[in-house]
Design a protein around this ligand. Structure first.
Ligand code: ADP
Ligand code: MG
Length: 449
């Protein structure tokens, strides 16, 4: 590879291939100038001949192909070509004459991440390309370092368990008020800031994200419970202003509808578990589940059964130690085969830590190991920040507010460990130990419904 050596910390630029029917006017003067930021894009090549495009995309294996559909001999030929690409996502621009094929291209969900009608704003397409690549890296590439490291230590040996699907991370505890919502929301904001398309499910009622992110209480999961379809799912989402890559799904605000969801059998199409699984079809880089204290409600239990990673949020207290033991036993023993959660995908964080704590992180963990034989690794310690509730009250974000600097640092550290492999390096050319480790262990993520 040309250019400076990448470090583990830097995010490599998105590798892009540009294709359109006309080189001088279109590709070189319109498309290419939008991809000039070399920190974000590495334009591998450009082509205007259909045969060149087919051959060179296979040869260069770009992370993204940005293509003006007019360059293809016909819509079906283009569809078939795009459908068989492996490891390359696609953004397609259609001329007005091809409007009627928009749905057909959008249907290629394995690869196509955007279908746009000309004339387009190429700067916006370039941004969308970057987001789509960042999201795809989070979704499909190397395991997060925490998973790899822990996996090495697991008695069952490397590669014994397959972590399946988009990273779907449940934030959970038996105790209330430990910081599940605050931490899940902060992580969601951080991921969206990295252009990773993220879904935050706020499953308390009333949902915490409404109060913290300045959302209305509707629309919410009621739409899905009434209509468990693609439209019902999309109709239940809200969007956070200023964060294009963050969708939020709130629990119903109405207690009767909340109970209706709670009473629904898991196998029902419109169950809470199927709501979370439905999100798998929408190419999120990460799905974060902010859950009520569990065992109380199906809004926690069924969601947990759709997760493939869990984070126990604990305060450094004796009570939370007991709660963590119960939670760990429930996850590893009682949920058993029903859960998609191997022990290696269960983690813990401490919140509300202060220098005055009588229980250090090490003591906290040691006491639990004594009880259960093992305990999920502590991935981060979030300091107690007296001003944090005030930051939330003014609808500001603890992940970025200057008063919560140290909290934000812990969020970024957690992000690096949980979704880290996706951002720090590119799996095709591993540049760090963590990347290599993921490769050596040969663990793959794949979407499975
Ligand atoms: N690190 C922290 N420092 C100070 N206050 C915090 C911290 N984490 C959470 N809080 C506050 O504690 C309360 C409970 O947090 P929350 O995230 O709602 O917990 P949970 O979702 O587990 O019930 C909220 O008022 C929140 O502002
Ligand atoms: Mg909460």
């Amino acid at each position: 590879m040309n250019g400076p050596q990448l470090t583990a910390q830097s995010t490599p630029p998105a590798t892009v291939f540009l294709a359109g029917p006309d080189m001088t006017i279109q590709v070189l003067r319109q498309m290419y100038p939008a991809f000039q930021d070399t920190a974000r894009y590495q334009v591998l090549s450009m082509a205007i001949e259909w045969e060149d495009i087919k051959r060179q995309v296979a040869q260069y294996r770009p992370e993204a192909l940005v293509i003006d559909a007019d360059v293809a001999p016909g819509p079906e030929v283009l569809r078939d070509f795009l459908g068989q690409l492996v490891g390359t996502i696609v953004l397609v621009v259609l001329s007005p004459a091809w409007v009627k094929f928009k749905g057909m291209f959008e249907g290629i969900q394995t690869n196509v991440r955007g279908v746009y009608l000309a004339p387009v704003n190429w700067a916006a397409i370039a941004n969308a390309t970057y987001s789509a690549v960042a999201t795809e890296r989070a979704r499909t590439l190397d395991l997060a370092p925490a998973t790899s490291v822990h996996r090495q230590a697991a008695p069952s040996g490397p590669g014994s368990t397959l972590v399946v699907g988009t990273r779907t991370i449940a934030f959970t505890s038996f105790a209330g008020g430990t910081g599940k919502s605050t931490i899940a929301e902060a992580l969601a904001v951080e991921l969206a800031r990295e252009h990773i398309k993220t879904l935050l499910c706020s499953f308390n009622s009333p949902p915490a994200a409404a109060g913290h992110l300045g959302l209305k209480v509707t629309p919410n999961a009621t739409e899905w419970l009434n209509r468990p379809t693609v439209e019902g799912f999309l109709g239940s989402l809200q969007h956070v202003r200023g964060f294009d890559d963050l969708d939020v799904l709130l629990a119903p605000n109405d207690p009767h509808i909340l109970a209706l969801g709670n009473d629904r059998d898991m196998k029902d199409d419109g169950s809470i578990q199927n709501l979370v699984l439905a999100a798998y079809s929408f190419n999120y880089g990460a799905i974060l589940l902010d859950l009520p204290p569990f065992a109380d409600t199906m809004w926690a239990m069924q969601a947990l059964l759709a997760a493939n990673a869990a984070v126990l949020v604990c305060r450094p207290t004796l009570h939370d130690q007991y709660a963590a033991i119960r939670a760990y036993q429930l996850l590893t023993e009682e949920l058993g085969v029903q859960a998609r959660l191997p022990p290696e995908a269960i983690f813990a964080v401490l919140n509300f830590t202060t220098p005055d704590d009588s229980l250090s992180a090490k003591d906290f963990q040691a006491a639990i190991i004594e009880f259960t034989g093992r305990f999920p690794p502590l991935l981060a310690a979030f300091p107690f920040i007296a001003k944090l509730p005030a930051v939330q009250n003014r609808l500001d974000l603890p992940a970025i507010a200057p008063e919560c600097d140290e909290f934000g640092r812990a969020v970024r550290s957690l992000k690096g460990k949980l979704v880290g492999g996706a951002l720090g390096h590119n799996s095709r050319k591993p540049t760090s130990d963590a990347g290599l480790l993921g490769k050596v262990l040969g663990i793959t993520f794949r979407v499975q419904k």
